[in-house]
Write a protein that binds this ligand. Sequence first.
Ligand SMILES: *Cc1c(COP(=O)(O)O)cnc(C)c1O
Length: 224
Amino acid sequence: MDNLPLSSRLNAVLTRIHQAHAESPAACLGEVTLILASKAQPLAVLNEALALGHRHFGENRLQEAAEKWPALKAAHPDIVLHFIGALQSNKAEEAVTLCDAIHSLDRPSLAQALARAMDKTGRRVPCFIQVNTGEEPQKGGIAPAEAPEFIRQCREEWGLPIVGLMCVPPVDVPPAPHFALLRQLAAAQGLAALSMGMTDDYDTAIRLGATHVRVGRAVFGERV
Ligand SMILES: *Cc1c(COP(=O)(O)O)cnc(C)c1O
């Protein structure tokens, strides 16, 4: 992308986040959390971000997360590790043990596995329900029409700590209607957190109420 140092790119993203947040309907509701999407980033880069004081990171693959983060978390106990990728039900216990938030809860089998894992480990890990706002067959997420009932089940039947909703809009279409739909679904269920917005659209997402943005390339450069 460019050869600016990580600190400059991180500061540029934080500045844009603050500008967008000042114009957001959620401006009165506290800060937006920047989650650095750190898939495929080597330890040296993660340590650089940590040295700059950054603490929220997102990983897509549990195996990669398990290789990179236990040692980093031991060195920096205030790291908040968000799981943002597709999660297999048989990995629920590992995810609950390793991660501090899960953004990709998208089906009943996974909800039940997460509930069992939380009971067993005693860890209450905040969960975002992923909504497939574009109804794309290849993408994870519960269909928008099924979201209200799924949210109710997650809370009432399985007792999960549901904090908000997450989406990954289709590529090559304007994301704003997807962000607006997610916000509307969350508001109707009394959910405060909205995990939406990536490198190409995080400021749009914030103007539409995002509380958590997941940004990779704008900070780390293009993935190789
Ligand atoms: C990789 C990834 C991101 C970040 O994407 P960028 O375009 O690099 O900002 C956000 N969310 C999810 C689920 C991802 O997999």
